[in-house]
Design a protein. Structure first.
Length: 256
């Protein structure tokens, strides 16, 4: 991991990339297309962002994939731009040209989540503004609005519940920005999801690839895409697998 180089993002350089050769554009949602907000249900992308995604979509040589930890249902509600590819739940569900693919492990894991969810909810309910989110194939516990002096106690309670239940390695206890997640125990992430989608999109074998993301989970995509792609970390200067950096999601919003 290295410190990424500053990147100047504009409509001109995105469209020039697409004109030189076919462009595959991968975009994280929260913290990239939409700002991080206290209530994740209100993280709606601006109309300008939606307009520009529609504009890029009809250029002909530009494929766009939204890559997120959110479920596809949430992305439809918060963004809802038709004609794009959508990768949800960190790659466990992928929709391309109207066709849905779900990782086989995620399907069976969903049944187990139904059993553990009530127990997790009872713990979350004891902590003011702790929010348990059911994303279908992943359970997320948002603690952004929990009092800072209560977070450690919340984490300890969750550990005491979950550790004995994971003797057979059924799940992975992951972390993001002020969120913990219960995911299927399989080596699969945003990087695998984007590679799966690229493998299905063979119309343009020689193409430019540009990916932007702000979270720890996007590092998997940066690594998977490698040095030949335009990988852009969105956020403050820190070590990353991305080649370039934008300081904030506000800078992303300026591209249109």
């Amino acid at each position: 991991m290295v410190l990424a180089k500053p990147f100047s993002l504009s409509r001109k350089n995105i469209e020039s990339l697409a004109k030189e050769r076919p462009l595959f554009l991968g975009l994280d949602y929260d913290g990239t297309l939409a700002p991080i907000v206290r209530n994740p249900e209100k993280a709606v992308a601006s109309e300008k962002i939606k307009w520009y995604l529609r504009k890029l979509r009809v250029m002909g040589q530009c494929e766009i994939a939204i890559v997120s930890g959110r479920s596809l249902r949430q992305l439809d509600r918060l963004l809802g731009v038709p004609g794009l590819h959508y990768i949800g739940n960190h790659g466990f569900e992928i929709r391309r040209k109207g066709h849905l693919w779900v990782h086989p492990k995620a399907r069976s894991f969903r049944l187990w989540l139904g059993e553990i969810k009530p127990k997790l909810k009872r713990i979350c309910d004891r902590y003011t503004r702790c929010f348990l989110e059911d994303k279908g194939y992943i359970l997320s516990i948002h603690y952004r609005n929990v009092r800072s002096d209560r977070v450690k106690s919340l984490k300890n309670e969750l550990d005491r519940l979950l550790r004995p239940l994971n003797k057979e390695k059924q799940f992975v206890w992951g972390a993001g920005k002020k969120v913990w997640e219960l995911r299927p125990c399989v080596h699969w992430n945003k990087g695998h999801g984007i590679q799966f989608l690229l493998g299905k999109s063979r119309k343009y074998p020689k193409r430019s690839i540009l990916y932007m993301g702000d979270d720890l989970t996007d590092e998997n995509a940066f690594r998977a895409l490698g040095k030949k792609s335009w990988t852009i970390f969105v956020g403050p200067n820190k070590k990353t697998y991305a080649k370039y950096r934008l300081s904030s999601s506000q800078k992303v919003a300026q591209w249109q």
